[in-house]
Write a protein that binds this ligand. Structure first.
Ligand SMILES: NC(=O)c1ccc[n+]([C@@H]2O[C@H](COP(=O)([O-])OP(=O)(O)OC[C@H]3O[C@@H](n4cnc5c(N)ncnc54)[C@H](O)[C@@H]3O)[C@@H](O)[C@H]2O)c1
Length: 363
């Protein structure tokens, strides 16, 4: 079956995001038409490789005479300069050319790392993303951010590099652990809050607690989220303005992840909690946003937040976030549901009150 939604998402050139179910044939067709089928570098999440090496991965890599495989162990620690340099070495030793495709198959960790390899080796090789986690499908594979972490902080090394194409095969979600579906849903809910409330309506109708099974609604939902991200990114590739609204809930979330420890924290859950703070802040600034839009999904996120830090300390931690401008805390708020904008907050008591709201809800 092939139900691709083709999104014309070029930032500067022809770049498509295809969303569909069982689209292996479509991917094979594209690769055959676009590349000489000599060499290709496959950068693949280890779990995804284990699950799909005899099916999807065999079919796609079998198109090439000399596929080179680089496996990425699961976990954020794989977004490291050490693994980056190992994969670069393997890529260059394979005597690749500038026209050799780099095909990245996995979640956001593999996508960010593999994208950075494609951006860097030979000063840029053609990058094809095949996202396999919900988060990668709706967020990280679209938008061109690539990179690795540094001991000083997350995502501090990298570049903006456009993929040549993104192929989102929803079938991968059938093996994605439920907790990773819920992780990705944090970003899906975010798109509903900042751009399109129909997303929230659709989400409420889906069986979110059951193992993933394909439906047209899921396909449309994922396509809509990818389209929203690519529309925003098209207008602001290097994050100088509009793209900021994608950080709705994230300024709070980054602090939540930091104080809980990244390894104990799901990003999607932190974003979900962070959005409670951002809605409260919007209310405090006089915008009437109904928290019911978020509380409808409260049962998805059952863990609690008991920070040892005081409200003041949590607020101060936000001052260290990358999104601080001129000493004020830059936060994304909603003027109405589906209408977000960035604003600088200098009255820090409003932020403290928003933290208090999060802590009371998630105690
Ligand atoms: N580049 C961007 O714009 C951007 C945006 C958001 C997040 N990110 C980055 O994305 C990363 C998080 O991505 P993620 O949530 O996808 O995590 P991830 O890549 O670690 O994947 C989550 C888990 O799911 C497994 N997995 C993936 N697909 C699977 C499948 N189909 N079947 C079974 N298991 C599967 C992985 O092995 C892993 O254990 C972070 O590093 C974050 O910084 C980047």
């Amino acid at each position: 079956m092939f139900n691709s939604i083709q999104l014309n998402t070029s930032y500067t050139s022809q770049h498509h995001v295809h969303v569909g179910y069982e689209i292996g044939n479509k991917i094979a067709e594209y690769l055959s038409a676009t590349f000489t089928l000599k060499k290709a570098v496959f950068i693949v999440d280890e779990n995804v490789h284990r699950l799909y090496k005899d099916t999807f991965i065999k079919d796609i890599s079998g198109l090439f005479d000399e596929p080179v495989f680089c496996l990425v162990p699961e976990g954020e620690q794989s977004k490291s300069l050490a693994l980056f340099s190992e994969i670069i070495a393997k890529t260059l030793e394979a005597k690749v050319e500038r026209i050799t495709p780099v095909i990245v198959i996995g979640g956001g960790v593999t996508g960010d790392l593999g994208g950075y390899v494609a951006a860097s080796a030979l000063r840029g090789m053609p990058l094809i993303h095949i996202p396999t986690s919900l988060l990668a499908m709706v967020d990280s594979s679209v938008g061109g951010k690539t990179g690795v972490n540094h001991s000083v902080g997350k995502n501090l090394i990298g570049s903006f590099y456009e993929p040549k194409a993104v192929f989102t095969d929803i079938k991968f979600l059938e093996t994605l652990p439920q907790k990773e579906i819920i992780n990705g849903l944090g970003e899906v809910i975010k798109y509903g809050m900042i751009k399109d409330e129909n997303i929230l309506t659709t989400l409420k109708s889906l069986p979110l607690f059951e193992p993933f099974s394909y439906s047209k609604e899921w396909e449309q939902l994922i396509g809509t989220c990818a389209r929203i991200k690519s529309d925003i990114v098209t207008k602001d590739f290097k994050e100088s303005g509009l793209r900021e609204i994608l950080n709705f809930g994230h300024t709070f979330a980054h602090v939540i992840e930091r104080v809980r420890g990244y390894e104990n924290s799901s990003h999607g859950e932190a974003v979900y909690m962070g959005m409670w703070g951002a809605v409260k802040l919007s209310n405090l600034l006089g915008f009437n946003i109904d928290i019911a839009n978020l509380s409808a999904f409260r049962t998805l996120y059952d863990s609690s937040f008991h920070p040892q830090e005081s409200l003041e300390e949590l607020t101060n931690l936000m001052l260290h976030d990358k999104k601080v401008k001129d000493g004020s805390i830059r936060v994304i708020i909603l003027e109405e549901l589906g209408k977000a904008r960035a604003t600088g907050i200098t009255d820090l008591s409003l932020i403290r009150e928003s933290w208090n709201y999060i802590i009371q809800e998630f105690e």
